[in-house]
Design a protein around this ligand. Structure first.
Ligand code: TXA
Ligand code: MG
Length: 354
């Protein structure tokens, strides 16, 4: 057990700058520190020191074959860690960073080997959050940082989420309040001829295509939610992290794709069988359902709001409160692609009305 030091940072002032310097000093000593980004909280360590990076894997219980994203303060620092920055990556970086985009580039070998899990590529990202920026500038290090959750759990969008999972396992936690985007960065592989989305996220496919024309999606992502016939080979995802069970709430969760009457019928049947049921739904659907235990995650007309509240909704139902969670599905447009990707991974079953 380590004592986890928590600093509250409402805004960057001369006083909170001192806290950030303390957190930076821990990073320089190869300790791990959690910090807010615009997407989710990250768990940072010096990306040049394998010993420091090993502490991330240990604190999270993360499989060693899942590479970490390297966070930098500015675009002009990328050259130091990669073999080349192809034209499409330059365009994407110029358009979307700082922001919720991670580009995969060919590594030049300067990053610790356990960051890239032995791959010849490295993911780089310039976060757009004042606390992340201040921390990166104060420690003057590239920070390897996965989401600051226990492996398999929903990513943290508040400091309380991080504390719940990692207290006593990490040296420090910068509490910058709730994050804004709510789902992680979009991971785009720029090592080949055309950019390939390995993980949908805060920057949408539509936005990427406006800048670089046609973008591919890793075929392994397309199988989500489909009942695969036995023996059908599933494509191996190119982002190693996408193959793991993820974002799991404490109780089994079913995705319910149907109208209000269909959802109500599922609730009633499960309750009649003696189950304590919890529902995650939009404002619009929640208003029409008869059930006490309901977590509202925003309006169907504003998927950004849904993304921002999604992980909190997944974490809110505790094992002691519910036996089963039913969750609404959302349109797969814009950030809805990231929302549905995460929900498919979190769910244990899908029920379709149509
Ligand atoms: O928004 C985010 O990206 C957050 C914040 C903290 O920056 N970070 C995050 O990291 O979500 P993590 O470790 O939870 O997810 C990183 C994903 C994993 O699916 C990993 O397999 C993939 O990116 N990835 C990292 N480096 C890669 C590489 N060189 N090639 C392919 N996939 C890579
Ligand atoms: Mg993660």
């Amino acid at each position: 057990m380590t004592d986890t030091k928590v600093w509250k940072i409402d805004q960057i002032t001369s006083e909170t700058e001192r806290s950030i310097k303390e957190a930076a000093a821990l990073l320089v000593q190869n300790q791990v520190v959690a910090f807010p980004t615009e997407t989710v909280y990250g768990l940072g360590a010096n990306a040049k020191e394998a010993d420091a990076v090993a502490r991330i894997f240990e604190a999270k219980g993360r499989p060693a074959d899942n590479p970490l994203i390297v966070h930098l303060a500015e675009r002009n620092q990328i050259d130091a860690y990669v073999a080349e920055v192809p034209e499409m990556a330059k365009k994407l970086l110029a358009a979307f960073t700082p922001g919720p985009l991670t580009v995969i580039l060919k590594s030049n070998g300067t990053i610790a080997e356990n960051v890239t899990a032995g791959l010849s590529s490295v993911g780089v990202r310039i976060p757009d959050h004042p606390v992340a920026q201040a921390l990166l500038r104060a420690c003057r290090l590239p920070l390897a940082a996965p989401s600051a959750n226990k492996s398999g759990r929903p990513s943290p969008t508040t400091a309380a989420h991080v504390y719940e999972d990692l207290q006593g396992r990490i040296a420090g936690l910068l509490d910058g309040g709730p994050t804004g985007v709510g789902v992680e960065s979009t991971v785009v592989d720029c090592t080949g001829e055309v950019p390939i989305i390995l993980r949908p996220g805060g920057v949408t496919r539509e936005q990427l295509e406006e800048v670089v024309g046609s973008v591919m999606v890793d075929p392994a992502l397309a199988v989500q939610g489909e009942e695969l016939p036995e023996n059908k080979a599933v494509e191996k995802p190119r982002a190693p992290g996408m193959k793991y069970t993820h974002y799991a709430p404490e109780a089994p969760m079913w995705l319910v794709n149907g109208d209000q009457a269909f959802m109500q019928a599922q609730i009633d049947t499960l309750q009649q069988a003696g189950n304590k049921v919890g529902v995650i739904a939009s404002e619009e659907l929640a208003d029409q359902l008869e059930i006490g235990a309901i977590n509202r995650c925003g309006s169907r007309d504003n998927l950004h709001e849904v993304a921002a509240h999604l992980y909190d909704a997944l974490r809110s139902f505790k094992k002691s409160d519910v036996d089963i969670i039913l969750c609404e599905t959302f349109p797969e447009t814009g950030v809805g692609q990231a929302i549905m990707n995460r929900l498919h991974k979190a769910a244990t079953k899908k029920i379709n009305q149509f």
